[in-house]
Design a protein around this ligand. Structure first.
Ligand SMILES: *Cc1c(COP(=O)(O)O)cnc(C)c1O
Length: 403
Protein backbone atom coordinates (compact mmCIF):
# COMPACT_ATOMS: atom_id res chain seq x y z
CA UNK A 1 0.00 0.00 0.00
CA UNK A 2 1.30 3.42 -0.86
CA UNK A 3 -0.05 6.37 1.04
CA UNK A 4 -1.44 9.12 -1.20
CA UNK A 5 0.56 12.32 -1.30
CA UNK A 6 -0.31 14.98 1.19
CA UNK A 7 -2.29 13.37 4.00
CA UNK A 8 -0.74 14.48 7.23
CA UNK A 9 -2.26 13.36 10.50
CA UNK A 10 -0.66 16.20 12.46
CA UNK A 11 -2.21 18.93 10.34
CA UNK A 12 -5.66 17.34 10.49
CA UNK A 13 -5.42 17.04 14.28
CA UNK A 14 -4.22 20.64 14.52
CA UNK A 15 -7.17 21.84 12.45
CA UNK A 16 -9.59 20.01 14.76
CA UNK A 17 -7.85 21.41 17.85
CA UNK A 18 -8.15 24.88 16.39
CA UNK A 19 -11.93 24.44 16.45
CA UNK A 20 -12.52 22.53 19.70
CA UNK A 21 -9.96 24.30 21.86
CA UNK A 22 -7.98 22.88 24.74
CA UNK A 23 -8.38 19.29 25.83
CA UNK A 24 -6.47 16.65 27.76
CA UNK A 25 -6.99 13.10 28.92
CA UNK A 26 -8.35 14.50 32.21
CA UNK A 27 -10.55 17.06 30.46
CA UNK A 28 -11.64 15.29 27.31
CA UNK A 29 -13.96 16.60 24.63
CA UNK A 30 -16.76 14.16 23.90
CA UNK A 31 -18.69 13.76 20.71
CA UNK A 32 -21.92 15.29 21.96
CA UNK A 33 -22.62 16.33 25.52
CA UNK A 34 -25.85 17.36 27.23
CA UNK A 35 -26.20 20.99 28.37
CA UNK A 36 -28.89 22.53 30.57
CA UNK A 37 -27.13 25.82 31.32
CA UNK A 38 -29.26 28.89 30.75
CA UNK A 39 -32.49 26.86 30.64
CA UNK A 40 -35.50 26.55 32.95
CA UNK A 41 -34.77 22.85 33.58
CA UNK A 42 -34.44 23.20 37.37
CA UNK A 43 -37.66 25.17 37.72
CA UNK A 44 -39.64 22.75 35.55
CA UNK A 45 -38.34 19.63 37.32
CA UNK A 46 -39.01 21.29 40.68
CA UNK A 47 -42.62 21.79 39.59
CA UNK A 48 -42.92 18.01 39.06
CA UNK A 49 -41.48 17.30 42.51
CA UNK A 50 -43.59 19.96 44.23
CA UNK A 51 -46.83 18.76 42.66
CA UNK A 52 -46.02 15.03 42.87
CA UNK A 53 -46.61 14.59 39.11
CA UNK A 54 -43.42 12.69 38.41
CA UNK A 55 -44.58 9.66 36.48
CA UNK A 56 -46.12 8.76 33.13
CA UNK A 57 -48.91 11.34 33.17
CA UNK A 58 -48.89 15.06 33.77
CA UNK A 59 -49.02 18.43 32.14
CA UNK A 60 -45.34 18.51 31.07
CA UNK A 61 -45.89 15.45 28.88
CA UNK A 62 -48.77 17.13 27.02
CA UNK A 63 -46.87 20.38 26.77
CA UNK A 64 -43.78 18.63 25.41
CA UNK A 65 -45.91 16.84 22.81
CA UNK A 66 -47.65 20.06 21.78
CA UNK A 67 -44.35 21.86 21.40
CA UNK A 68 -42.90 19.01 19.36
CA UNK A 69 -45.90 19.34 17.03
CA UNK A 70 -45.48 23.11 16.80
CA UNK A 71 -41.78 22.80 16.00
CA UNK A 72 -41.89 19.92 13.51
CA UNK A 73 -45.26 20.67 11.95
CA UNK A 74 -46.49 17.18 12.84
CA UNK A 75 -50.22 16.88 13.55
CA UNK A 76 -49.52 14.44 16.41
CA UNK A 77 -46.65 13.59 18.73
CA UNK A 78 -46.62 10.80 21.33
CA UNK A 79 -43.79 10.94 23.87
CA UNK A 80 -42.30 7.61 24.97
CA UNK A 81 -39.46 6.41 27.15
CA UNK A 82 -36.73 6.18 24.49
CA UNK A 83 -36.05 6.14 20.77
CA UNK A 84 -35.79 2.35 20.58
CA UNK A 85 -39.28 1.73 21.95
CA UNK A 86 -40.60 4.57 19.75
CA UNK A 87 -39.30 2.65 16.75
CA UNK A 88 -40.60 -0.71 17.98
CA UNK A 89 -44.05 0.82 18.54
CA UNK A 90 -44.01 2.62 15.18
CA UNK A 91 -43.09 -0.58 13.33
CA UNK A 92 -45.82 -2.50 15.14
CA UNK A 93 -48.37 0.18 14.18
CA UNK A 94 -47.18 -0.02 10.57
CA UNK A 95 -48.17 -3.71 10.67
CA UNK A 96 -44.79 -5.37 11.22
CA UNK A 97 -45.32 -8.77 12.86
CA UNK A 98 -43.25 -11.76 13.91
CA UNK A 99 -41.46 -13.40 10.97
CA UNK A 100 -41.81 -10.38 8.66
CA UNK A 101 -38.86 -8.69 6.97
CA UNK A 102 -38.15 -4.96 7.22
CA UNK A 103 -35.90 -3.22 4.67
CA UNK A 104 -33.32 -0.95 6.30
CA UNK A 105 -29.80 0.40 5.77
CA UNK A 106 -26.80 -1.23 7.48
CA UNK A 107 -25.22 2.11 8.46
CA UNK A 108 -27.07 3.06 11.61
CA UNK A 109 -26.98 2.78 15.37
CA UNK A 110 -27.77 -0.79 16.42
CA UNK A 111 -31.16 0.26 17.85
CA UNK A 112 -32.64 0.50 14.34
CA UNK A 113 -32.19 -3.23 13.74
CA UNK A 114 -32.92 -4.10 17.38
CA UNK A 115 -36.37 -2.49 17.21
CA UNK A 116 -37.15 -4.78 14.26
CA UNK A 117 -35.82 -7.83 16.12
CA UNK A 118 -37.74 -6.93 19.30
CA UNK A 119 -40.94 -7.57 17.33
CA UNK A 120 -39.67 -10.96 16.17
CA UNK A 121 -39.21 -9.51 12.69
CA UNK A 122 -36.04 -9.78 10.61
CA UNK A 123 -33.85 -6.99 9.21
CA UNK A 124 -33.14 -7.10 5.49
CA UNK A 125 -30.27 -4.80 4.58
CA UNK A 126 -30.25 -2.54 1.52
CA UNK A 127 -27.36 -0.30 0.51
CA UNK A 128 -26.91 3.42 1.24
CA UNK A 129 -26.02 6.33 -1.01
CA UNK A 130 -22.61 7.87 -0.73
CA UNK A 131 -23.27 11.56 -0.10
CA UNK A 132 -25.28 11.44 3.13
CA UNK A 133 -25.20 7.67 3.91
CA UNK A 134 -29.00 7.29 3.87
CA UNK A 135 -30.89 4.34 2.37
CA UNK A 136 -30.44 4.55 -1.43
CA UNK A 137 -33.70 4.82 -3.41
CA UNK A 138 -32.12 3.09 -6.44
CA UNK A 139 -30.73 0.26 -4.34
CA UNK A 140 -34.15 -0.14 -2.71
CA UNK A 141 -35.89 -0.23 -6.05
CA UNK A 142 -33.51 -2.75 -7.63
CA UNK A 143 -33.50 -4.95 -4.53
CA UNK A 144 -37.30 -5.09 -4.58
CA UNK A 145 -37.24 -5.85 -8.34
CA UNK A 146 -34.88 -8.74 -7.63
CA UNK A 147 -36.59 -10.41 -4.69
CA UNK A 148 -40.14 -9.14 -4.18
CA UNK A 149 -43.28 -10.89 -5.32
CA UNK A 150 -46.83 -9.71 -4.76
CA UNK A 151 -49.27 -12.36 -3.56
CA UNK A 152 -52.79 -11.05 -3.06
CA UNK A 153 -52.53 -8.09 -0.69
CA UNK A 154 -49.00 -8.65 0.51
CA UNK A 155 -45.44 -8.56 -0.69
CA UNK A 156 -43.14 -11.53 -0.19
CA UNK A 157 -39.44 -12.20 -0.46
CA UNK A 158 -39.17 -14.95 -3.10
CA UNK A 159 -35.89 -16.14 -1.61
CA UNK A 160 -36.93 -16.50 2.03
CA UNK A 161 -40.69 -16.87 1.65
CA UNK A 162 -41.18 -14.22 4.32
CA UNK A 163 -43.53 -11.27 4.07
CA UNK A 164 -41.88 -7.89 3.46
CA UNK A 165 -43.68 -5.50 5.79
CA UNK A 166 -42.04 -2.06 5.80
CA UNK A 167 -39.23 0.24 4.68
CA UNK A 168 -37.20 1.85 7.46
CA UNK A 169 -34.90 4.69 6.32
CA UNK A 170 -32.56 6.41 8.80
CA UNK A 171 -31.53 10.07 8.78
CA UNK A 172 -27.89 9.46 9.64
CA UNK A 173 -26.13 12.06 11.85
CA UNK A 174 -29.06 14.42 11.18
CA UNK A 175 -28.61 14.44 7.39
CA UNK A 176 -31.98 13.93 5.71
CA UNK A 177 -32.13 10.69 3.71
CA UNK A 178 -33.77 10.81 0.27
CA UNK A 179 -37.13 10.07 1.83
CA UNK A 180 -39.19 11.65 -0.93
CA UNK A 181 -37.80 9.19 -3.49
CA UNK A 182 -37.82 6.33 -0.98
CA UNK A 183 -41.50 7.04 -0.35
CA UNK A 184 -42.24 6.83 -4.10
CA UNK A 185 -40.50 3.46 -4.37
CA UNK A 186 -42.26 2.14 -1.25
CA UNK A 187 -45.65 3.40 -2.49
CA UNK A 188 -45.17 1.63 -5.80
CA UNK A 189 -44.77 -1.65 -3.91
CA UNK A 190 -47.49 -0.89 -1.38
CA UNK A 191 -45.07 -0.76 1.56
CA UNK A 192 -45.41 1.59 4.54
CA UNK A 193 -42.44 3.83 5.40
CA UNK A 194 -41.37 4.23 9.02
CA UNK A 195 -38.57 6.80 9.46
CA UNK A 196 -35.89 6.52 12.11
CA UNK A 197 -35.44 10.24 12.72
CA UNK A 198 -33.80 9.64 16.12
CA UNK A 199 -30.88 11.88 15.09
CA UNK A 200 -32.89 14.31 12.99
CA UNK A 201 -34.93 16.64 15.18
CA UNK A 202 -34.73 20.01 13.35
CA UNK A 203 -33.65 18.46 10.05
CA UNK A 204 -35.76 19.18 7.00
CA UNK A 205 -35.99 18.09 3.38
CA UNK A 206 -37.67 20.54 1.00
CA UNK A 207 -39.48 22.19 3.91
CA UNK A 208 -40.82 18.99 5.46
CA UNK A 209 -39.48 17.80 8.79
CA UNK A 210 -37.72 14.43 8.84
CA UNK A 211 -40.08 11.75 10.13
CA UNK A 212 -43.10 13.15 8.32
CA UNK A 213 -42.54 11.68 4.87
CA UNK A 214 -43.86 8.21 5.69
CA UNK A 215 -46.62 6.81 7.87
CA UNK A 216 -44.83 7.60 11.13
CA UNK A 217 -41.40 8.77 12.28
CA UNK A 218 -39.51 8.45 15.54
CA UNK A 219 -37.25 10.76 17.56
CA UNK A 220 -34.80 10.11 20.40
CA UNK A 221 -33.92 12.38 23.32
CA UNK A 222 -31.09 10.27 24.68
CA UNK A 223 -28.26 12.10 26.46
CA UNK A 224 -26.08 12.40 23.35
CA UNK A 225 -28.78 13.68 21.00
CA UNK A 226 -29.43 17.28 19.91
CA UNK A 227 -31.74 17.82 22.86
CA UNK A 228 -32.16 15.40 25.74
CA UNK A 229 -34.78 14.43 28.31
CA UNK A 230 -32.28 12.18 30.09
CA UNK A 231 -33.85 9.32 28.20
CA UNK A 232 -36.82 9.67 25.93
CA UNK A 233 -38.30 9.44 22.48
CA UNK A 234 -41.38 10.30 20.49
CA UNK A 235 -43.48 9.22 17.54
CA UNK A 236 -44.50 11.97 15.14
CA UNK A 237 -47.19 11.49 12.51
CA UNK A 238 -49.95 13.23 10.60
CA UNK A 239 -52.13 10.13 10.92
CA UNK A 240 -54.71 10.51 13.71
CA UNK A 241 -55.42 6.77 13.95
CA UNK A 242 -51.71 5.89 14.28
CA UNK A 243 -51.32 8.51 17.02
CA UNK A 244 -54.37 7.24 18.87
CA UNK A 245 -53.16 3.62 18.74
CA UNK A 246 -49.65 4.69 19.79
CA UNK A 247 -51.05 6.41 22.87
CA UNK A 248 -53.26 3.44 23.69
CA UNK A 249 -50.65 0.69 23.24
CA UNK A 250 -47.96 2.66 25.06
CA UNK A 251 -50.19 2.99 28.13
CA UNK A 252 -50.87 -0.77 28.62
CA UNK A 253 -53.88 -0.61 26.24
CA UNK A 254 -56.05 0.48 29.13
CA UNK A 255 -59.50 1.78 28.27
CA UNK A 256 -60.08 5.16 29.90
CA UNK A 257 -62.31 4.83 32.95
CA UNK A 258 -62.29 6.52 36.39
CA UNK A 259 -61.84 3.23 38.28
CA UNK A 260 -62.09 0.15 36.06
CA UNK A 261 -58.89 -1.52 34.91
CA UNK A 262 -59.82 -3.00 31.56
CA UNK A 263 -57.22 -3.60 28.83
CA UNK A 264 -58.20 -4.62 25.31
CA UNK A 265 -54.81 -5.64 23.85
CA UNK A 266 -51.28 -6.67 24.86
CA UNK A 267 -49.93 -3.19 25.51
CA UNK A 268 -46.61 -1.77 26.62
CA UNK A 269 -45.59 0.59 29.39
CA UNK A 270 -43.75 2.99 27.11
CA UNK A 271 -44.84 6.46 28.13
CA UNK A 272 -42.37 9.24 28.96
CA UNK A 273 -42.39 10.27 32.64
CA UNK A 274 -43.47 13.84 33.42
CA UNK A 275 -40.04 14.50 35.01
CA UNK A 276 -38.32 13.77 31.72
CA UNK A 277 -40.88 15.72 29.72
CA UNK A 278 -40.18 18.77 31.92
CA UNK A 279 -36.53 18.55 30.87
CA UNK A 280 -37.67 18.23 27.27
CA UNK A 281 -39.69 21.44 27.39
CA UNK A 282 -36.69 23.28 28.85
CA UNK A 283 -34.45 21.89 26.10
CA UNK A 284 -36.89 22.75 23.30
CA UNK A 285 -36.85 26.37 24.50
CA UNK A 286 -33.10 26.33 23.92
CA UNK A 287 -33.25 24.57 20.56
CA UNK A 288 -32.86 27.56 18.23
CA UNK A 289 -29.77 28.73 20.07
CA UNK A 290 -28.29 25.24 19.92
CA UNK A 291 -28.97 24.99 16.20
CA UNK A 292 -27.30 28.32 15.55
CA UNK A 293 -24.22 27.26 17.49
CA UNK A 294 -24.03 24.01 15.57
CA UNK A 295 -24.32 25.79 12.24
CA UNK A 296 -21.44 28.05 13.30
CA UNK A 297 -19.43 25.07 14.48
CA UNK A 298 -19.92 23.35 11.11
CA UNK A 299 -18.64 26.51 9.43
CA UNK A 300 -15.59 26.59 11.72
CA UNK A 301 -14.75 22.99 10.84
CA UNK A 302 -15.21 23.78 7.17
CA UNK A 303 -12.80 26.70 7.37
CA UNK A 304 -10.23 24.82 9.46
CA UNK A 305 -10.26 21.66 7.35
CA UNK A 306 -10.56 23.11 3.87
CA UNK A 307 -7.43 22.67 1.82
CA UNK A 308 -6.20 19.69 3.83
CA UNK A 309 -5.32 16.69 1.71
CA UNK A 310 -7.01 13.33 2.09
CA UNK A 311 -10.01 14.44 4.15
CA UNK A 312 -13.27 16.24 3.52
CA UNK A 313 -16.12 17.36 5.72
CA UNK A 314 -19.35 15.74 4.55
CA UNK A 315 -21.87 18.25 3.24
CA UNK A 316 -25.43 19.15 4.01
CA UNK A 317 -27.53 17.43 1.30
CA UNK A 318 -29.01 19.76 -1.33
CA UNK A 319 -32.55 21.05 -0.70
CA UNK A 320 -32.07 20.11 2.94
CA UNK A 321 -31.52 21.72 6.26
CA UNK A 322 -29.48 19.45 8.52
CA UNK A 323 -29.38 19.86 12.31
CA UNK A 324 -25.64 19.01 12.08
CA UNK A 325 -26.09 16.56 14.94
CA UNK A 326 -22.76 14.83 14.34
CA UNK A 327 -20.39 16.40 11.88
CA UNK A 328 -18.37 13.90 9.94
CA UNK A 329 -15.08 13.66 8.20
CA UNK A 330 -14.47 11.41 5.20
CA UNK A 331 -11.02 10.03 4.35
CA UNK A 332 -10.86 10.30 0.57
CA UNK A 333 -8.00 7.94 -0.38
CA UNK A 334 -9.09 5.77 -3.33
CA UNK A 335 -8.22 2.57 -1.51
CA UNK A 336 -10.64 2.16 1.41
CA UNK A 337 -7.99 0.27 3.40
CA UNK A 338 -5.63 3.23 3.17
CA UNK A 339 -8.48 5.52 4.22
CA UNK A 340 -9.14 3.21 7.16
CA UNK A 341 -5.47 3.19 8.20
CA UNK A 342 -5.34 6.99 8.09
CA UNK A 343 -8.53 7.17 10.14
CA UNK A 344 -6.96 4.84 12.72
CA UNK A 345 -3.91 7.08 12.87
CA UNK A 346 -6.04 10.16 13.55
CA UNK A 347 -8.16 8.31 16.14
CA UNK A 348 -5.01 7.32 18.01
CA UNK A 349 -3.43 10.76 18.12
CA UNK A 350 -6.72 12.54 18.85
CA UNK A 351 -7.61 10.20 21.72
CA UNK A 352 -4.15 10.70 23.22
CA UNK A 353 -4.94 14.43 23.47
CA UNK A 354 -8.45 13.86 24.89
CA UNK A 355 -10.41 14.54 21.70
CA UNK A 356 -12.77 11.59 21.65
CA UNK A 357 -13.38 11.20 17.93
CA UNK A 358 -15.32 8.14 16.86
CA UNK A 359 -15.46 6.11 13.67
CA UNK A 360 -18.91 5.46 12.22
CA UNK A 361 -20.65 2.39 13.67
CA UNK A 362 -19.68 -1.11 12.61
CA UNK A 363 -22.16 -1.96 9.84
CA UNK A 364 -25.13 -3.80 11.29
CA UNK A 365 -24.81 -6.77 8.93
CA UNK A 366 -21.35 -7.42 10.44
CA UNK A 367 -22.75 -7.85 13.96
CA UNK A 368 -23.15 -11.48 15.09
CA UNK A 369 -26.92 -11.29 15.61
CA UNK A 370 -27.56 -9.81 12.15
CA UNK A 371 -24.87 -11.37 9.95
CA UNK A 372 -27.19 -14.06 8.57
CA UNK A 373 -29.95 -11.61 7.60
CA UNK A 374 -30.90 -11.18 3.94
CA UNK A 375 -29.09 -8.36 2.18
CA UNK A 376 -28.61 -6.85 -1.24
CA UNK A 377 -25.21 -5.68 -2.43
CA UNK A 378 -23.79 -3.45 0.32
CA UNK A 379 -20.67 -2.17 -1.44
CA UNK A 380 -21.27 1.51 -0.73
CA UNK A 381 -21.98 0.90 2.96
CA UNK A 382 -18.94 -1.37 3.29
CA UNK A 383 -16.72 1.22 1.67
CA UNK A 384 -18.04 4.24 3.58
CA UNK A 385 -17.89 2.38 6.89
CA UNK A 386 -14.10 2.35 6.55
CA UNK A 387 -13.66 6.05 5.82
CA UNK A 388 -16.08 7.98 8.04
CA UNK A 389 -15.39 9.52 11.40
CA UNK A 390 -17.44 11.81 13.66
CA UNK A 391 -16.09 15.07 15.05
CA UNK A 392 -16.95 16.60 18.43
CA UNK A 393 -20.23 18.35 17.70
CA UNK A 394 -21.63 19.76 20.96
CA UNK A 395 -23.09 23.23 20.46
CA UNK A 396 -21.33 24.36 23.66
CA UNK A 397 -17.96 24.11 21.85
CA UNK A 398 -18.92 27.50 20.40
CA UNK A 399 -19.29 28.94 23.93
CA UNK A 400 -15.49 28.59 24.13
CA UNK A 401 -15.19 30.82 21.07
CA UNK A 402 -17.39 33.53 22.59
CA UNK A 403 -15.44 33.51 25.87
C1 LIG B 1 -30.17 7.10 19.35
C2 LIG B 1 -30.73 6.31 18.23
C3 LIG B 1 -31.77 5.40 18.39
C4 LIG B 1 -32.28 4.95 19.72
O1 LIG B 1 -32.66 5.90 20.59
P1 LIG B 1 -32.56 5.64 22.18
O2 LIG B 1 -33.31 6.80 22.74
O3 LIG B 1 -31.13 5.63 22.54
O4 LIG B 1 -33.24 4.34 22.46
C5 LIG B 1 -32.30 4.77 17.27
N1 LIG B 1 -31.81 5.01 16.06
C6 LIG B 1 -30.80 5.86 15.85
C7 LIG B 1 -30.34 6.10 14.46
C8 LIG B 1 -30.21 6.53 16.93
O5 LIG B 1 -29.18 7.35 16.73
Amino acid sequence: MTAPVGFNVESVLKAIQQVVGLSSKENPINLHEPDFSGTQAWAYVRDCLDTGWVSTAGSWVSRFEQELCAFTGAKHAVAVSNGTVALRLALHLAGVRQGDEVLLPPLSFVATANAVAHLGAIPHFVDVEESAFGLCPFALSSRLEAIAERREDFLFNKETGRRIAAVLPVHVFGNPAKVDLLRSVADAWGLPVVEDAAEALASWRAGTHCGLFGLVGTLSFNGNKLITTGGGGALITDDAEIAKCARHLSTTAKQPHPWEFYHDAVGWNDRLPNLNAALGVAQLEDLDRRLQSKRLLAKCYEDALSGLKGVELTKEPTECRSNHWLMSLRFTADDPLIAQAQREELLKSAHSTGILLRPIWSPLHRLPMYETCSAGSLVVAENQALRLLNLPSSPQIMDGWAA
